[in-house]
Design a protein around this ligand. Structure first.
Ligand SMILES: [Zn+2]
Length: 294
């Protein structure tokens, strides 16, 4: 599928389901110089990626925004993530400005285990942040780091969702997998985590966590696409839990850093054959409810 076909496919998809649009909880917008470094890393197929990963939507920011809107995406995030200390507060300044000039973007913020984390996270919440991003693999930190205790407490109290990459895909990190984050959930059981990529490749373990913690959600980012299935196939035996947890699964794409068309991310859900109601919930209503989108 190319651009125009994609737009047609997504338009038909929305019309058939009677959806006002798609809500994508997993998109990346970040300062230009950072995004260029991310793209260079993907191009190099570095160890965190592990294989060739051609970026499908490499374009200027305004072009990327128009592309998403043309696809019928009505609300999206600007997921930023620091890979070192002294970076998160600066990223949060950028995302606040981006959200202010991009009304369809949910104001996003991030953090890193560092002494200042509590104060800049509190400031971001005060400033209207509606979603956070944490990247345990790229950040290479333990989510149970004592420096994050006040951050988890604050976000649990404020009930602000955190999209967290803590599964061991595409390549495992020192602190990925369910065990480190399960320790955090034991102490902060109401934490509204959104497990990115359904926890790829530890699908079953993260579904277990979702069953244990009612505020836990999962995003579909890249799961069931040809690219993901070739590397980390989702177990057929776990399809029934997709139905039982239907109200806690949210559509995500990883736009623009995806090795396939945007339409393929949606088609990957459609071909699961879980029914129109499931698609409506996952592609729109669950996120609309969570973020209070009309
Ligand atoms: Zn991502």
């Amino acid at each position: 599928m190319t651009g125009a076909d994609d737009t047609d496919y997504l338009s038909a998809f929305r019309t058939e389901l009677g959806l006002p649009g798609i809500i994508d909880v997993h998109t990346h917008f970040m300062p230009d110089q950072v995004l260029r470094k991310v793209w260079a890393y993907f191009d190099s197929a570095g160890p965190l990626i592990g294989r060739a990963w051609p970026i499908a939507y490499r374009a200027d920011e305004q072009v990327r925004l128009k592309t998403l809107r043309d696809f019928g995406v009505r609300a999206f995030t600007a997921l930023v993530y620091p890979h070192k200390p002294n970076m998160a507060a600066w990223l949060n300044e950028w995302t606040a400005d981006f959200a202010a000039r991009t009304p369809d973007c949910l104001h996003t913020a991030t953090f890193f285990p560092e002494p200042e984390a509590e104060s800049y996270v509190a400031a971001a919440v005060q400033d209207g942040a509606r979603v956070f991003k944490a990247h345990v693999q790229v950040g290479d930190y333990h989510p149970g780091d004592p420096l994050l205790e006040p951050v988890w407490g604050l976000l649990e109290d404020a009930q602000i969702p955190i999209v967290i990459h803590c599964g061991s895909g595409p390549a495992p990190g020192t602190h990925t997998g369910t065990e480190p984050i399960a320790g955090v959930l034991q102490r902060f059981p109401r934490l509204p985590l959104i497990i990115a990529h359904m926890g790829t490749p530890e699908y079953s373990e993260f579904l277990d966590l979702a069953e244990a913690y009612p505020n836990l959600r999962l995003d579909t980012t890249m799961v069931w696409t040809d690219f993901s299935e070739a590397d980390a196939p989702y177990p057929i035996g776990e399809h029934s839990r997709l139905r039982s947890l239907a109200d806690r699964i949210l559509f995500g794409s990883d736009f623009p850093n995806i090795p396939h068309s945007y339409g393929h991310s949606v088609h990957a859900l459609e071909r699961l054959d879980l029914g129109d109601d499931w698609l409506r919930q996952v592609c729109y209503h669950n996120a609309a409810t969570l973020f209070g989108i009309e």
